[in-house]
Design a protein around this ligand. Structure first.
Ligand code: HEC
Ligand code: HEC
Length: 502
């Protein structure tokens, strides 16, 4: 397996980089809560539930390929801008460690003292060599190294000041986002617990308010917009005051956390059925019950394995899984899938772009929109209510947890993360995903990812019809006061639990 990853680790910090880390550490200790948060990545409960052998393998993979919050590892497979100037050694043609090179980007960051990493064919598979830049001649494109244990040769790829942007993103994140979104990006930061809606758990790789089709990831621009303007009506603040470079860097860091989180999720899903403790214990319990039942009926029955025997067998099977390179295969497949998905989201083909201009906002268009809203093709009213107050019948039902027949304990809708969720009150005119007509078009066309707000595809609504619905929805805040529907007691309780924002 060929995995190119360069650790962005302490030894490669320049003096200022090192200072950033120290200051940042102090900043966290002084951050007021009295309790210094541990800068450690948490693992999912499903990871913790694996038999020790499988758990160790997952932790090892995550640590090797993504690192720790203090010592990040950049896995080049993923479309993440870690920062740095990349290039190739053209010829090893000068005196003492001088090389002519070709660069992929501009040479701005190549300065004396900058760290340089290179990979060669022979060093592929994770190892890279380090050196320090002694000088760089931008005219002749000649690079001279101050120190290096081995010499690069023509064709070797290298990168200068690698991971700079990632480090910056991490610092910005730890200062501004971590206390809500958590070190791991699981939405479980120290203040996150008290918020409604909860801060996004990035680890499903899903973002709600995007410009892309319903099955696609968010674009960089989508995340950039969220960070700049925040999400009105929620605790997600606006970070307009962050500089452009900081915003770009933190967006990249969030994408990386999302990739790391979804990698863990999907990778562990591959292992859960065969190698998780609770599955083993459950199946023994079932086998034991059926054994006892058969014995009672005086039927022939085979005694089930003891728990320790079953776990030993699972451990042996896992060893074979590793020996047969199936574990490596699962890593590879998961990485490929995520790399492809995050690359695809940036392509214009997956962007939701209306093919027709906004239909003129006339009483007729609004009326067509209202009829669609109240129709059984869209069923908007079942969630948002006949008057748009977010009090449709669906909010009174008990719903199944996704993929199960077990009901949620609370009435009403829930998001993919298991949190209770209300359909938006459309009479308030507050739109979390942006208030341009185009934003609303996208919300209706592609839904709100990870929530029950569905995507209405072209077979259900043609573009002009979506625009009619947009015109109707946008008129709701300006309509005459409508009679309030009688509230179900459970809904009143739910309302009281919802903390008002802003
Ligand atoms: C005070 C708490 C808080 C802080 C601080 C905070 N967020 Fe959020 N963030 C939230 C909440 C709450 C949501 C979920 C809102 C929702 O579901 O509508 C959210 C959602 C998000 C989303 C998801 C957008 C989507 O379309 O799904 C992103 C991305 C995000 N935040 C990034 C950041 C970044 C980057 C920072 C730091 C620069 C940050 N947040 C700081 C509370 C916070
Ligand atoms: C199954 C329930 C359901 C149906 C059906 C539904 N919605 Fe929603 N809708 C929701 C939920 C839940 C949210 C809030 C999601 C969130 O922000 O977490 C929402 C949010 C919205 C928003 C807010 C967007 C924003 O940026 O804040 C709009 C607008 C909207 N829906 C319009 C519609 C329209 C129009 C229809 C019919 C074409 C519709 N919805 C059908 C559940 C539904």
């Amino acid at each position: 397996m060929f995995r190119e990853n360069f650790p962005i680790s302490m030894p490669r910090f320049t003096r200022t980089g090192f200072n950033v880390l120290v200051t940042f550490g102090l900043a966290v200790i002084n951050s007021g809560c009295g309790e210094a948060p541990q800068a450690k990545f948490k693992y999912r409960p499903t990871t913790e539930d694996l038999i020790p052998e499988a758990n160790k393998a997952v932790v090892k993979t995550l640590t090797e390929d993504f690192g720790t919050p203090e010592k990040l590892v950049a896995w080049e497979r993923f479309p993440v801008d870690y920062g740095g100037v990349k290039g190739t050694v053209a010829a090893n043609d000068g005196p003492a460690g001088a090389f002519s090179v070709t660069l992929d980007g501009d040479a701005g960051k190549i300065a004396k003292g900058a760290s340089l990493l290179w990979v060669t064919g022979s060093q592929a598979g994770g190892k890279s060599a380090e050196a320090t830049v002694k000088s760089f001649n931008a005219v002749t494109k000649t690079l001279q190294l101050a120190s290096a244990s081995t010499a690069p040769v023509a064709g070797d790829r290298f990168i200068v000041a690698f991971g700079e942007d990632m480090q910056l993103g991490r610092v910005v994140y730890m200062k501004n986002c971590m206390h809500c979104h958590g070190v791991t990006g699981d939405g479980d930061g120290p203040t996150g617990k008290f918020l409604n809606p909860r801060p996004r758990d990035y680890r499903n790789g899903k973002f709600k308010f995007t410009s892309t089709q319903s099955q696609e990831k968010a674009t960089r621009d989508d995340l950039h917009r969220i960070v700049q303007y925040g999400i009105p009506g929620t605790y997600m603040p606006s970070f307009l005051l962050l500089g452009k470079r900081e915003t770009t860097a933190v967006v990249e860091y969030v994408r990386w956390l999302a990739i790391r989180g979804e990698f863990e999720k999907r990778f562990v899903e591959e292992l859960t059925n065969d190698y998780s403790e609770s599955v083993i214990v459950d199946s023994i319990k079932k086998a034991q019950a059926s054994y006892e039942e058969k014995k009672r009926n005086k039927e022939e029955a085979e005694k089930p394995l003891s728990e320790s025997k079953a776990k030993k067998e699972a451990a042996a099977a896992f060893k074979k899984y590793v020996d047969d390179k199936e574990l490596d295969g699962a890593i590879e497949e998961t990485a490929n899938l995520l790399a492809a998905a995050w690359t695809q989201s940036e392509t214009p083909e997956v962007s939701v772009v209306p093919t027709s201009q906004r239909v003129e906002d006339t009483p007729e268009s609004r009326e067509r929109g209202r009829l669609l809203y109240m129709s059984n093709t869209t069923k908007c009213y079942t969630c948002h209510g006949p008057t748009g107050r977010g009090d449709g019948a669906a909010t009174e039902d008990f719903w199944d947890k996704p993929g199960t027949s077990v009901k949620f304990e609370k009435r009403g809708l829930h998001d993919e993360w298991g949190n209770p969720l209300k359909p938006r009150n459309l009479t308030l005119g507050q739109y979390r995903g942006g208030r341009r007509p185009l934003d609303l078009f996208r919300r209706i066309r592609a839904g709100i990812k990870g929530t029950p707000m569905p995507a209405f595809g072209e077979t259900v609504l043609k573009d002009p019809q979506v625009w009619d619905v947009v015109n109707y929805v946008m008129s709701l805040p300006y309509q005459q006061k409508q009679p309030t529907a009688v509230k179900h007691p459970a809904e009143v309780v739910a309302k009281n639990e919802e903390k008002p924002a802003n």
